[in-house]
Design a protein around this ligand. Structure first.
Ligand SMILES: [Zn+2]
Ligand SMILES: [Zn+2]
Length: 243
C-alpha cells in the first residue's frame, strides 16, 4: 500500500525569487490530495506538476500571511472559470478567523463564491479532526494569532510547522513524526517569529522526527556554506519525498 507522497511546490518566502516559489506543498495521502498553503503562483506550479486545482480535495492554511495565501483567490476563481468547472467538494482548513478571512476575500472577489461545487470551511486551533478520511491534528504555533502547526496522519505521519519561532506546541505535535517539514527562515540570524538552525535543532532534539525537510528559505540560505547532516534535508522547489 502506498504511503504518503509529498511534492514541494514552493520553498520561498515574501522575498520574490526566480527559483523559489512562495510556500506550498502538495500531499497525496489516503487517495486524497491536500494543498498545504497557497502562496503566490502556486496554481501555476500545480500545472507544472501535472495537476490542476480540480485534483485538490483539501486546502490547509497554516496562517494568513500573503506568502502563504495569495493564490487562494486564484484557486477559487479558477474553480468557477477554468475550462472545466470544479465539481469535487473542497474543504479549507485554517486557524482562528478562517471564516473572516474567507468572507473578506469574498467581499473583494465576489466571483470566487462556489458555483458548481460544495465548499466547507473548518476552523482549527488545538485539536484533531477527520478531514477527507485523513486525521488532521493542529496546534497554535508562535508566529501570528491564527498560526497553526499541522500534523496529518494516514499510514505514516507528516508534520508542517508553518511559520513559527521556537514552540513547545510544535515539539509536541511533531513528536516522533516520520517527516517534519519546517520553516527555517535563516541559517544563522535570529528573527522573532521565525526559526534559525540553532532554534530548529532544539525542536528536533526534543521531538525526534524521522526526517526534517527545511523550507521557507530567505535569500541568506543561498550563501550558506555549512553542511547539513541527517536527519536534515534542504528543500528545493520541485522536490518529491516519499514518506
Ligand atoms: Zn512566510
Ligand atoms: Zn508568516
Amino acid at each position: 500500500m502506498p504511503g504518503m507522497w509529498l511534492k514541494v511546490l514552493g520553498t520561498g518566502t515574501s522575498v520574490p525569487s526566480l527559483h523559489r516559489g512562495s510556500s506550498s506543498y502538495l500531499l497525496t495521502a489516503g487517495g486524497r490530495k491536500v494543498l498545504i498553503d497557497v502562496g503566490p503562483s502556486v496554481v501555476r506550479r500545480l500545472l507544472e506538476t501535472g495537476f490542476t486545482t480540480r485534483d485538490v480535495d483539501v486546502i490547509i492554511l497554516t496562517h494568513f500571511h500573503v506568502d502563504h495565501t495569495a493564490d487562494l483567490s486564484t484557486f477559487l476563481f479558477a474553480s468557477n472559470y477554468d475550462v472545466e468547472p470544479r465539481t469535487r467538494d473542497l474543504t479549507i482548513v485554517g486557524g482562528p478567523g478562517i471564516d473572516m478571512f474567507y468572507n473578506g476575500l469574498r467581499a473583494v472577489y465576489p466571483w470566487i463564491l462556489p458555483k458548481s461545487y460544495n465548499l466547507s470551511l473548518i476552523e482549527m486551533d488545538e485539536g484533531t479532526e477527520e478531514v477527507g478520511g485523513l486525521t488532521v491534528r493542529t496546534t497554535p504555533v508562535s508566529h501570528n494569532s491564527e498560526s497553526i502547526g499541522v500534523r496529518i496522519e494516514d499510514v505514516k505521519s507528516i508534520t508542517f510547522s508553518g511559520d513559527t519561532d521556537y514552540s513547545i506546541n510544535l515539539v509536541k505535535l511533531a513528536s516522533q513524526t516520520d517527516l517534519l517539514i519546517t520553516e527555517c527562515s535563516f541559517p544563522e540570524r535570529k528573527v522573532k517569529g521565525h526559526l534559525n538552525l540553532a532554534t530548529l535543532q532544539k525542536i528536533v532534539e526534543e521531538a525526534h522526527p524521522g526526517r526534517v525537510l527545511i523550507s521557507h528559505l530567505y535569500p541568506e540560505w543561498e550563501n550558506f556554506r555549512g553542511v547539513l547532516h541527517a536527519p536534515y534535508l534542504l528543500a528545493e522547489d520541485g522536490l518529491e519525498v516519499e514518506v
